[in-house]
Design a protein around this ligand. Structure first.
Ligand SMILES: NC(=O)c1ccc[n+]([C@@H]2O[C@H](COP(=O)([O-])OP(=O)(O)OC[C@H]3O[C@@H](n4cnc5c(N)ncnc54)[C@H](OP(=O)(O)O)[C@@H]3O)[C@@H](O)[C@H]2O)c1
Length: 214
């Protein structure tokens, strides 16, 4: 697949690198330095290149939106027309100092994003895990017990695309339902962040749902 990364920071750089290594065609975009994007593309060692958000979006089968909430409008505006595009968002609607959600309970960042780009197909995924765990999950992907990763969205074709990308990283995709379920997954991330960054075990944290059926 052709994947455009909109926001090549902690999440975008790692997920993009993993997808390039998994064989996808990648464009890294939106960082404060062009050299950083070029280095990411070189180091990813797959079919990866640096580009502008518009170039990342142009021929993409899927886009990853991975910017701070305050940068969403800017990167969307730079990306241009996103009609029909699959946007996988891990972006959380955090306030300026990252201490709380500015949208919650009755809506979510993912739903708000869908209203800002109504012609795109938004899937919420990857926002529930810390970036620090991504390479470890990828390295362990051939093991039988994969960690879970919840995702949600309203368009079944886009959700299939997202589920494939989730599997490529090494997670077991858990379909949580329509996009409005991001109202629950986004606050869940604050629990994960608490455990990852304030707990004793370090930030390399993933989660796994178990069902006990008789
Ligand atoms: N980090 C995590 O573990 C984690 C986990 C779950 C969800 N999330 C969510 O995922 C999203 C991305 O998080 P992140 O930690 O990856 O953020 P980040 O490291 O700050 O990355 C954001 C990217 O946006 C770029 N950027 C910021 N301002 C810019 C500007 N004015 N012009 C051009 N580029 C600009 C940054 O450039 P530079 O590369 O030059 O800094 C960086 O590449 C956020 O919404 C966050 O809440 C993060």
């Amino acid at each position: 697949m052709r994947i455009g990364i909109l926001g090549s920071g902690l999440m975008g750089a790692k997920l993009g690198t993993i997808w390039a290594r998994a064989g996808h065609d990648l464009v890294f975009s939106y960082a404060r330095s062009e050299q950083k994007l070029q280095k990411l593309a070189r180091d990813a060692k797959g079919k990866a290149r640096a580009g502008t958000p518009r170039e990342a979006a142009q021929d993409a089968d899927a886009l990853l939106l991975a910017v701070h909430w305050s940068r969403v409008d800017d990167v969307l505006q730079q990306a241009g027309d996103l009609s029909g595009k699959v946007i996988v968002t891990c972006s959380l609607p955090m306030n300026a100092d990252d201490t709380g959600l500015v949208i919650a309970h009755s809506s979510s960042g993912a739903e708000e994003l869908a209203t800002r780009v109504p012609k795109a197909r938004v899937v919420s995924a990857f926002g529930t895990v810390p970036s620090e765990v991504l390479f470890g999950v990828f390295e362990a992907r051939r093991k039988a017990r994969r960690p879970s990763l919840v995702y949600c969205g309203d368009d079944s074709r886009s959700k299939k695309v997202a589920a494939g990308l989730i599997r490529d990283v090494g997670f077991d995709p858990v379909d949580a339902g329509p996009l409005r379920i991001a109202r629950y997954t986004e606050p869940f991330t604050l629990l994960i962040a608490q455990l990852a960054y304030e707990g004793d075990g370090g930030p390399e944290l993933a989660y796994r749902f178990e069902r006990f059926v008789k």
